[in-house]
Design a protein. Structure first.
Length: 685
């Protein structure tokens, strides 16, 4: 009894923070195996530098304690940490719900010589009963708040470190279609080391960026708080200092999401998610970020600062339809095809461009177009011989609409841009405004550069196996990646998502300031309802979806200031470095068919049917903008992304010119009139 009271007394003293405490340190790993790959930036494995960072903060002689809800073999940590210079002991503690409130069962947790407390991967839900409202959880948090320890974890062990914890297992295609699906759930204050934060892991590998949007919407809806999401890739660590500055270490990226003053939300059960104007920072190896403001504090030597103004997006001469789903899936793409035929005129004559005119998928599309009202459907083979076929060239010249389906992405752009009969006829018709529709992976052809090889093998972006070729460059300054969350029949089903999502981010680092589009599509696993967009000659992007279709994700890099690409080679047989990109900062819109986006103005998304001229804004020279009003008089207020108020002005007329603050960055201009209020996102370059 005396011994138990002594233990309890020591424990109580250990959790009572003094008034002058400072925070400890956090190392959150996104998952993956330690001890692989190398970097040109520094020698050693990806995880070495992360754990050296932790040991340098707490001391190389401090003990390492792994806390787990089940039996855990920590023996491998001994040799690993020894190789980094660690001289302390390595211990493993199994904590159950029965002993989580009994300090005598986990003395090493509050031992003064313990410097790192580590949570291995597993099931984050299994950590909750041993950490939430228990003496164990209180002890760890108190030691962290006093600056005594580094607390860390990998995968599920990292997900429990924020104020909010995702306890479900939803995939991105489910989460963005219905943020209240049964696979999404949350807990709060499990081990709340950082307020208003939620960590997600394995983001690139499992395509979880879509799930991160759902987290952001659900926490605001369910708990009333605007939070920051930190999505950590596998083989990547987020090392958080006591001042809440954070350094990324590893082969991948950490993606931060946060709402802004102009964010609009639709987060409802049974309908797709809408979140506009999200501030986003995607930071790679050795980027240092202030977690309170999401401002970039420093960049590595491998990164660069973007000094040129963002490019203009040039709309196409004629309407373009992009269909997110794959043509060989059993999906409903009828509405997109009907819209395309209506744009092609009465009794339209259509050409299908394809790599193989005899494929069943192509024949089925031909027959379907005929049944929907096409008067003639030609099949034109895009190959070195096909583009020189004079009959094919005549088909193209006589057509009033083009379909791109099942093409060879490696050669199609070059063949149609070259001087040959089919290519010449195609470019002439495009200049005349002929409508075009691109199905599935063929949407890549709209870009100036195509990424191909996304689905030839598992994790091609991870191993540097993606390839680029020339696209048709139909909308300069705009890039799309299709079928981004489409679930595959192979196992694991998410195997190609990294290539299609990270591949686009990687591509965008070559085109700073551009606009990107992550376009999901229907699949027979998730939903038969297709998602597609139409881009008109005036630069307006409108999305369409069926009842259970997906929203579209617009990446607006207008404010992009820093970028880099990974230098990590993941294995000796990799074709090149891991293909992902860091972009900081930029804006994301997750929108459905109720919204439209102006690719030319790039100021905001807006709801369809709203009066665009009720309150408008245009950029002028010398850092000025002009506000246009439907009614006279009002108030103007300026904020930065943190909500810091810069100043206000009253005006009487229907036009007002203002100069933005001299500091480069993003600002929010709120215009208030009698019954009207609008928040503009504007950028000061």
């Amino acid at each position: 009894m005396r011994y138990s009271k002594l233990i309890l007394g020591v424990f109580l003293l250990s959790i009572l923070p003094d008034k002058t405490y400072s925070r400890g340190y956090i190392v959150a790993l996104g998952g993956g195996t330690e001890g692989i790959g190398s970097s040109s930036y520094y020698p050693g494995t990806w995880s070495d530098s992360a754990f050296k960072w932790a040991l340098s903060k707490v001391g190389y002689n401090k003990d390492f304690v792994a806390v787990y809800y089940d039996n855990y073999d920590a023996s491998w940590w001994v040799s690993y940490l020894r190789g980094l210079g660690h001289t302390g002991t390595v211990k493993s503690i199994r904590v159950t719900t029965q002993n989580a409130n009994n300090p005598s069962k986990w003395v090493d947790v509050y031992n003064p010589n313990t410097g790192i407390i580590w949570f291995p991967g597993g099931d984050q839900s299994s950590y909750i009963p041993i950490l939430k409202n228990t003496a164990l959880g209180d002890s760890i948090r108190a030691r962290y708040l006093r600056g005594e320890v580094c607390v860390g974890g990998t995968s599920a062990g990292a997900m429990i470190l924020g104020e909010y914890v995702s306890t479900g297992s939803s995939y991105s295609d489910e989460a963005i279609r219905n943020p209240y699906n049964s696979f999404l759930s949350y807990d709060v204050n499990v081990l709340p080391l950082i307020d208003n934060f939620l960590f997600d892991t394995h983001v690139a590998e499992k395509g979880r960026i879509g799930r991160m949007f759902a987290h952001l919407g659900r926490i605001k809806n369910d708990y009333g708080e605007d939070i920051t999401i930190a999505g950590i890739d596998d083989c990547t660590a987020l090392c958080i200092d006591s001042d809440l500055s954070a350094t990324v270490i590893g082969s991948g990226s950490v993606t931060f999401l946060r709402a802004t003053p102009s964010t609009e939300r639709i987060v409802q059960s049974g309908r797709p998610l809408v979140l506009t104007n999200l501030k986003t920072v995607r930071a790679g190896d050795r980027f240092k970020v202030d977690l309170q403001t999401l401002s970039v504090l420093s960049i590595p030597a491998t990164a660069w600062e973007i000094t040129q103004a963002p490019p203009s997006v040039t709309p196409p001469p004629g309407p373009i339809i992009l269909v997110g789903g794959k043509p060989n899936e059993r999906v409903d793409q009828q509405s997109a095809l009907q819209e395309f035929l209506s744009l092609a005129g009465s009794s339209p004559i259509v050409t299908i461009f394809t790599a193989n005119t005899t494929m069943d998928t192509v024949i089925n599309y031909r027959n379907n177009l005929l049944s929907l009202g096409a008067s003639q459907v030609y099949l034109v083979e895009i190959s070195s011989t096909g583009v020189n076929n004079q009959t094919y060239a005549e088909y193209v010249s006589n057509s009033s609409g083009f379909v791109f389906l099942k093409n060879n992405l490696q050669v199609t752009g070059d063949l149609l841009l070259a001087s040959n009969p089919v290519g010449n006829a195609y470019r002439q018709k495009v200049s005349q405004g002929v409508p075009q529709i691109f199905i599935g992976l063929d949407c890549w052809l709209v870009n100036e550069k195509v990424i191909y090889n996304t689905e030839s093998n598992t994790y091609n972006a991870y191993y540097g196996d993606l390839r680029t070729s020339n696209g048709l460059n139909l909308i300069p300054g705009f890039f799309v990646s299709p079928a981004v969350f489409v679930w595959e029949s192979a196992s694991p089903g998410y195997q190609y998502l990294e290539s299609k999502i990270d591949g686009l981010f990687w591509l965008l680092t070559y085109y700073p300031g551009s606009v990107g589009l992550l376009l999901d599509g229907a699949s027979n696993v998730m939903s038969y309802d297709e998602t597609w967009v139409k881009i008109t000659p005036d630069g307006i992007l409108k999305s369409r979806r069926g009842t259970n279709g997906s929203p579209v994700i617009i990446l607006d890099l207008n404010q992009n200031q820093y970028a880099t690409r990974s230098t990590w080679t993941m294995r000796s047989t990799s074709s090149g470095p891991r293909q992902n990109g860091s972009i900081a900062p930029f804006v994301i819109h997750v929108v459905d068919s109720n919204f439209v986006y102006d690719l030319v103005q790039r100021l905001d998304v807006r709801e369809k049917g709203s009066d665009k001229n009720m309150i408008g804004l245009n950029y002028l020279s010398n850092g000025c903008v002009k506000i246009y009003l439907q009614e006279s008089g009002g108030e103007l207020r300026v904020f930065d992304p943190r909500g810091i108020f810069y100043g206000s002005a009253r005006f009487e007329g229907r036009e007002y010119t203002m100069k933005l603050p001299d500091k480069r960055g993003i600002y929010f201009v709120e215009v208030r009139q009698k019954d009207h209020r609008k928040v503009f996102r504007v950028v000061r370059f």
